[in-house]
Design a protein around this ligand. Sequence first.
Ligand SMILES: [Zn+2]
Ligand SMILES: [Zn+2]
Ligand SMILES: [Zn+2]
Length: 203
Amino acid sequence: MQCDQCNGDLIAIPNRDTFLCSDCRHYAFATDLDDPSEPIELTGDPVGVRCPKCDVELQFAILHDRWRVCLCTNCRGYVIDSGCLGVIVHELRASYRGDDAKPIPLNPAELEEQRSCPACEQPMETHPYYGLGTAVINSCSHCTVTWMDHRELASIIRAPGFRHGPNSSPIPVKLNPRPKEIQDESSELAGRLIVQAATGFFF
Ligand SMILES: [Zn+2]
Ligand SMILES: [Zn+2]
Ligand SMILES: [Zn+2]
């Protein structure tokens, strides 16, 4: 398979429905952005901060019809509020009715990857999440945001292990201000506030 931007070779990223061009770093995908395993709807507004992998501007988007995220349209990675991520994983693992995925060995190279927080530009912490080999995620404890690569959430939902019952109590999550209010004053505010406001519940 060849890159549609430069005709370079595309390399498959295992378990992520993703291909990366070895020449120009352009991504290609096996599924559409609204695929039910991890549906994302772009709202089309720029966030004002950049993707830590691709250096393109992030855009506001809605994940699973309900959660505000800041999406990179090149790599399909997104920033999400770390507390919201915990709620999403709780709810979607409880309601998942498909087969568990077979555990896969962790790619040690992923643990070596350093990414800067899109909000405060300091290095994020890199750590395995939800069972060995399921996903390696990056989070900033200062901004309480997490960077998720495309399909990492879908892998976490399918991972074997404990699932809450369908009627278990949800985890409470603190609400952030709505993005419009913050956007109006964005010249006065750091990227951290913009990203925090852009991620969370979508009403
Ligand atoms: Zn290319
Ligand atoms: Zn990107
Ligand atoms: Zn940060």
